[in-house]
Design a protein around this ligand. Structure first.
Ligand SMILES: *Cc1c(COP(=O)(O)O)cnc(C)c1O
Length: 257
């Protein structure tokens, strides 16, 4: 990102004190990468999905440790926390921030300052705000790259009216048209969270079918953001291109601040 100041060094605790947290993260990362590799082998796909490490609730120092361990994609779900963390971590070559949580339209401008991708585009009102913010950021020279947009789809059947789990699948075409027509946004694909009340496999199978439909109109929109710590194998089996893994890398989340 262009408007984030240079990074501050990781507090190391001094050379006499080994960084136990770094060792823990390294071990967890190795285990998760092995699970992904095994899932890729089992599914017979050739393309390994991208691992997005979800760092929500964990401090900027953990993002810096993960960066030092080779992680380049991190995910956050709250704008206030993410913007502060991105600022604290500073600009690091190749580091990319994915916004994966429910997003209020009035946060669009802030998210455009640090996020490379938004996985939670679920309604036209939010999209209008993202387009406006992207246009302004370009005019001000604050941003040179397109914002990657994943349309979040609600996989619950039938889709309840609570508006919490993403767009109704029927809205995908209209949202996709809006994204592709906009300057400064790029249609990356679809995102979903497996519903709680059914196995993840069949849900991700429906997501794969929706992705195929989307690609028949927008061949470039190849992304499928699916799979968390507990269901990454099912996601890989159904063609996930982006996995969002939090607790199995970072550990149990501290209570929200
Ligand atoms: C927190 C979160 C994740 C990561 O979940 P884990 O169970 O910690 O792996 C993935 N996707 C979304 C949308 C999240 O909010």
């Amino acid at each position: 990102m262009t408007d984030i100041p240079p990074s501050t060094p990781v507090p190391s605790g001094g050379s006499s004190q080994p960084d136990a947290r770094r060792a823990e993260l390294a071990e967890n990362l190795t285990a998760v990468r092995q699970r992904i590799a095994d899932a890729v082998t089992a599914s017979g796909t050739h393309q390994a999905p991208e691992l997005i490490v979800v760092t929500k609730y964990f401090p900027a120092a953990d993002v810096q440790r993960l960066y030092d361990l080779g992680v380049r994609e991190v995910g956050e779900n709250k704008d206030q926390e993410a913007s502060a963390k991105a600022l604290e971590v500073g600009s690091r070559e190749g580091l990319r921030w994915h916004f994966i949580g429910q997003l209020q339209s009035n946060k669009a401008k802030s998210v455009l300052r640090y996020a490379d991708a938004v996985h939670s585009v679920d309604r036209t009102s939010l999209l209008k705000s993202l387009i406006k913010a992207a246009t302004r950021a370009r005019q001000e020279g604050a941003r040179s790259t397109d914002l990657e947009c994943f349309i979040q789809v609600d996989l619950r059947q039938p889709v309840p009216a609570d508006g919490r789990g993403g767009a109704d699948p029927g809205q995908i075409p209209a949202l996709a048209e809006m994204i592709t027509a906009a300057e400064g946004l790029r249609l990356a694909g679809l995102m979903a969270v497996a519903p709680l009340d059914e196995p993840a496999g069949p849900a991700f199978e429906r997501l794969a079918a929706l992705s195929q439909q989307l690609r028949s109109q927008h061949p470039e929109a190849t992304g499928i953001s699916a799979g968390m710590s507990q269901d990454l194998e099912a996601a890989v089996a159904h063609g996930a291109t982006h996995l969002r893994i939090g607790r199995d890398v970072l550990g149990a989340r501290p209570s929200p601040r």
